[in-house]
Ligand binder design. Structure first.
Ligand code: IMO
Ligand code: MG
Length: 430
């Protein structure tokens, strides 16, 4: 039995939450390994909607252990309020079903402020971030001055760590002509939230190692998508973590052998929130229609998502950078009723045809998609629970996608509801 990693194969919002929730029935442990509360994962179970940002999507299933790994940047206030919000919805979260890595980096209010400041355009390139402080927190982690969860358990030495952090941040603040941060205020901010998050703290690498040795099944839940990866994505219009499947090991403290089957999640079309290149983006009424039918508004920020046709060139590339074994194709029903459907199969770049997405920002902005056009279908795929329920032309579309991206469709999702899912190949069977 393989452990499974679920990663986004596009620019995020592929429907990872639903697939993780659905797969978690077969898992014992669900692990987040990167990103933070910039993620927005929506689960619909029996008509009830749960929105998660930081907590692993396994948390709604009783008896599953949810783990937030060291690769996540953790806003302790966001954790406390998400736990509270879910408990109001009847989901009980205690140390029995949630553990958070002691060495996870904390997101502080100073990170949120800096993120917002840069996005205001007065200090740096506008990326269209979620303004959750994700980037600045990862910067401090790499800069070796971050405050980590375990530091909240040692308040006596916290002040020194805050001073070190502020040496850097207050120099920046002075440069921007802003007031300096007070160490006292940050100490208070952290000391007051500590009792709400410390109960979940654990040495996650050890816990996961034990679980693994005991033969438990681990499901790794990626956030964002491979095209937002800080190395492999559309840099600089990316998030600040590695979102590819390889990060599942580093971000949880297990070796690469712990990661078995890689399930990439891809929408049957493409969306993106925030700035950055998007070759198959539609600016016409077709794009509007996809956005309306697909309810393409951000879970975290409420922003309208940009919409376009499925770009097979991009997904083929992420199949490789993430080592994707199979795809869960989501939201196929949004394409129901289109007379014709286009798929991006390659690009034109400066008069040449290429079959990959170039790495440079300039070239990424200049490529023009080459389309293949397919006949649509008039029947409905919404809510289909077996292959036989699908219109023949919809099956043809799925088969063509498989061919173009070089990976099989293992799972097909036909609505946001947990059970509206068709399984072709069980990822846990490797
Ligand atoms: P889920 O897990 C879609 C995008 C932001 C912005 C860029 C950087 O729901 O798929 P950040 O706040 O991370 O520094 O923003 O990344 N972004 C996402 N887009 N889905 C997400 O998560 C995203 N998380 C970040 O819009 O363009
Ligand atoms: Mg999202």
């Amino acid at each position: 039995m393989a452990n499974v990693v679920v990663v986004g194969a596009q620019w995020g919002d592929e429907g990872k939450g639903k697939i993780v929730d659905w797969l978690s029935e077969q898992a014992d442990v669900v692990v987040r390994f990167q990103g933070g509360h910039n993620a927005g994962h929506t689960l619909v179970i029996g008509g009830k909607v749960y929105k998660l940002s930081l907590l692993p999507s396994g948390v709604v299933r009783p008896g599953k252990l949810s783990v937030i790994g060291n690769g996540v940047v953790l806003d302790p206030h966001a954790l406390a309020s998400e736990v509270e919000r879910l408990s109001e919805q009847g989901v009980s979260i205690t140390r029995d079903n949630l553990r958070v890595a002691e060495n996870a980096t904390l997101i502080l209010s100073i990170h949120r402020e800096l993120d917002a400041l840069r996005e205001s355009g007065s200090a740096g390139t506008k990326i269209g971030t979620t303004k959750r402080g994700i980037g600045p927190a990862y910067e401090d982690k790499a800069g070796r001055r971050a405050i980590r969860l375990m530091d909240l358990a040692d308040l006596a030495s916290l002040r020194d760590k805050i001073d070190r952090l502020l040496t850097h941040h207050n120099a920046l603040r002075r440069g921007f002509g802003l007031d300096e941060f007070s160490p006292e205020a940050i100490y208070e901010e952290l000391a007051s939230v500590a009792p709400k998050v410390l109960p979940y703290m654990d040495a996650v690498w050890r816990l996961l190692d034990e679980e693994r040795r005991a033969g438990k099944r681990i499901l790794f839940e990626g956030a964002q998508g491979a095209l937002l990866d800080v190395d492999h994505g559309t840099y600089p219009f990316v998030t600040s973590s590695n979102t590819v499947a390889g990060q599942a090991a580093t971000g949880s403290g297990l070796g690469p052998g712990a990661v078995g089957y890689v399930l990439g999640i891809a929408k049957a079309y493409t969306t993106r929130v925030g700035e950055g290149p998007f070759p198959t983006e539609l600016f016409d009424e077709t794009g509007e229609l996809i956005g309306q039918k697909g309810k393409e508004f951000g879970v975290v920020t409420g922003r309208k998502r940009r919409c376009g046709w499925f770009d097979a060139t991009l997904v083929r590339q992420t199949v490789r950078t993430s080592g994707i074994d199979g795809i869960a194709l989501t939201k196929l029903d949004i394409l129901d009723g289109f007379e014709t459907i286009k798929i991006g199969v390659g690009y034109k770049l400066d008069g040449q045809t290429i079959d990959y997405f170039p790495a440079s920002q300039g070239a990424q902005g200049r490529v023009e998609p080459i389309y293949e056009e397919m006949e649509g279908w008039s029947g409905s795929t919404a809510g289909a629970r077996s292959w036989a329920d699908l219109p023949a032309q919809a099956i043809k579309y799925v088969r063509r996608v498989e061919e173009l991206i070089g990976a099989p469709v293992a799972v097909l999702s036909t609505s946001p509801e947990r059970d509206d899912t068709i399984l072709m190949k069980n990822p846990f069977e490797g």
